[in-house]
Design a protein around this ligand. Structure first.
Ligand SMILES: [Zn+2]
Length: 109
């Protein structure tokens, strides 16, 4: 798990995509699917976790207003924990994995 604040954590996440960071677990497509690939691959839900409060949530990739060629990994900096947003915080999100159905409340985008 990454215990850091916004920018450092994000930068660290990007560096970690080479497979050295265990908590970034994107499956079944690896290493860097686009939104289009994930949705068409049957995994339209991205499971994330708030880096601050550790609350997991799901993102509906098909409903995102982003170009379908956007890399799923690049979404991390756009996703916000609604719980923390209410407290005036904007922590970064940790990507957990792609999923074929939602398992948590929707995340704010
Ligand atoms: Zn949070």
């Amino acid at each position: 798990m990454i215990e850091a604040d916004n920018f450092d954590a994000l930068r660290w996440l990007r560096i970690g995509y080479s497979g050295r960071v265990n908590c970034i677990y994107i499956e079944p497509i690896d290493p860097s699917p686009t939104i289009d690939q994930a949705v068409n691959g049957g995994f339209p839900w991205l499971e994330i976790q708030c880096s601050r409060c550790k609350t997991p949530s799901d993102v509906d990739l098909a409903a995102m207003k982003r170009p379908p060629t956007t890399f799923v990994h690049d979404l991390a900096s756009r996703l916000r924990c609604q719980k923390c947003a209410k407290a005036g915080r904007r922590p970064s999100a940790t990507l957990l994995q792609l999923a074929w159905q939602p398992r948590h409340p929707k995340a704010g985008v």
